[in-house]
Design a protein. Structure first.
Length: 158
């Protein structure tokens, strides 16, 4: 009782893959036709079981108010979500501290050889560029302080 199927056999480069695919298809067809599994070997019985399981609907369905229940559960536990960023912040501070200590150690050990080269690049204290750099630093500092003061007075939304 062979039925003609319109399924086309894909090309296989490996004969073992082709045999496996044919065994899966044969088991699926025998399960679909509800033929007697007495002549099947262990592999065919396994494939028939998989085909039968995939054909049946899932025995457990989600409850009707699943989304509401999940949203309530997420809203009820904000403490665990807040601990993650705090842990990352502590790790970031630890890494920054390690980098500052490492930078200080490098400057203390090797600074005497390359620090004079950088000192030569800086303008002299009485040069006009020094005054402009100090004015820029003062303006940036005053702007930052003014912004902090406004946030303190008007709150963080201003």
């Amino acid at each position: 009782m062979n039925q003609h199927t319109d399924d086309s056999i894909p090309p296989f480069d490996d004969p073992a893959h082709e045999r496996e695919w044919l065994a899966q298809e044969r088991a699926m067809q025998r399960e679909r036709l509800q033929l007697d599994p007495a002549g099947d070997d262990a592999r065919d019985r396994c494939y028939r079981l998989i085909a039968r399981t995939l054909r049946e609907p899932s025995p457990e369905a989600l409850p009707a108010d699943f989304a509401r229940q999940l949203a309530a559960r997420v809203a009820a536990s904000p403490a665990r979500a807040a601990s993650g960023p705090r842990f990352e912040f502590v790790l970031m501070l630890a890494l920054a501290a390690v980098l500052v200590v490492a930078t200080g150690a490098v400057v203390a050990i090797y600074g005497s050889t390359w620090l004079p080269s950088f000192a030569a690049l800086l303008p002299t204290p009485h040069a006009p560029a020094t005054h402009w750099l100090l004015m820029l630093a003062g303006c940036l500092g005053a702007s930052w302080l003014l912004g902090r003061w406004q946030r303190h007075i008007h709150g963080p939304t201003a």
